[in-house]
Design a protein around this ligand. Structure first.
Ligand code: PMM
Length: 319
């Protein structure tokens, strides 16, 4: 049995990696979501107003978000695109006000022009759900700016992406396709140590694909072999959780009742070595990643209740 297989069997792959330019914590990070959109499936319309979005971002940071992710374009299945001016009008003031308040902000965009303005407004991380495929200028922009870059597995725009959810071996195909996206970014000058990979749950994926990817994060982290990348997981409130929790009549659990399941995914993903979880309801998830870190830190401590030496900074008292 290889070392990789042994650690995978123990529920964790060896050595969590950290992207350059972001806080190095001995636990999984929490990214809180602020969608400044009228139509996101999870919170559409709630934070369209700048001051409501800023207040919400500050609240998420106070609840324990390490990063606040601000987006101005919905990526729900079937969504139509907004134009660049409108996207910028939505996210620009929210990002500048949150950054001015000391919040570590990422911008969720597929457009290099939006990313550039967002970085100018104080964002410190680019989260591109198309992983560079929607805008070929994105990788060069990220390389020039020298910021961390989330590359998500993506097969096409939201409008018809679910028709592309066809796989023989979802882990191999997602890893191979992500590897090609990562190679393009590196060829454009992006520092490999600044890259975070994301299997893109729900993006051209059916529920079974999402579960298989979650169960095999170690393989995603290595993209089929070689260098290990930090992994970000965006499961929050997504429809595969609604489908899992159908009521006796077969109705999916409504979007606003999926936060407990999201927290369960966060705990399991953190225990499996995920670098960050992207969530809408921060407080419970901030607790969950600390529980996972404390649990992992106690491994090898020898006695129940005795903190492991390596767990400093990851959790509170043993009581
Ligand atoms: N999902 C959504 C939006 N942005 N970014 C990353 N990196 N990963 C994701 O899974 C992801 C994302 C869609 O969810 P939302 O509409 O609730 O924000």
């Amino acid at each position: 049995m290889t070392g990789e297989a042994r650690t995978a069997a123990a529920g964790e792959w060896a050595g969590r990696t950290h992207p350059a330019g972001l806080p190095r914590l001995q636990r999984c990070l929490v990214m809180g979501v602020v969608n400044v959109t009228p139509d996101s499936f999870s919170d559409g319309g709630r934070w369209l107003d700048t001051s409501a979005a800023v207040s919400h971002g500050l609240k998420l940071a106070a609840e324990g978000a390490d990063i606040v992710d601000v987006g101005g374009e919905s990526t729900r299945p079937g969504a139509r695109r907004v134009d660049q001016e409108e996207e910028l009008r939505r996210v620009g003031p929210v990002i500048s006000q949150l950054a001015a308040a000391g919040v570590l902000v990422s911008v969720d965009t597929m457009r290099a022009g939006v990313a550039e303005s967002a970085l100018g407004a104080g964002a410190r991380l680019v989260n591109d759900v198309s992983g560079g495929l929607a805008d070929p200028r994105m990788a060069r922009l990220v390389a020039r700016a020298g910021v961390p870059y989330v590359i998500t597995h993506w097969r096409g725009y939201s409008r018809d992406m679910q028709a592309l959810a066809v796989y023989d071996d979802v882990v191999r195909e997602v890893s191979d396709e992500l590897r090609r996206q990562v190679d393009v970014a590196i060829a454009a000058g992006v520092d490999a140590s600044a890259i975070i990979v994301d299997p893109g749950l729900g993006f051209a994926k059916l529920p079974g694909h999402n579960w298989t990817l979650l169960a095999r994060l170690g393989e995603i982290s290595r993209l089929g072999g070689g260098r290990q990348f930090p992994v970000l997981i965006g499961a929050s409130r997504k429809s595969f959780l609604g489908a899992l929790l159908r009521d006796p009549d077969g109705e999916p659990r409504p979007v606003d009742e999926r936060d407990d399941a999201t927290t369960a995914v966060s705990a399991l993903a953190a225990a499996a070595g995920a670098w960050c979880v992207r969530v809408h309801a921060v407080a419970a998830n901030a607790d969950a990643v600390r529980v996972a870190a404390r649990w992992a830190g106690a491994r090898g401590s020898g006695a129940p209740g005795k903190p492991a030496a390596s767990s400093a900074g990851t959790a509170g008292s043993a009581s």
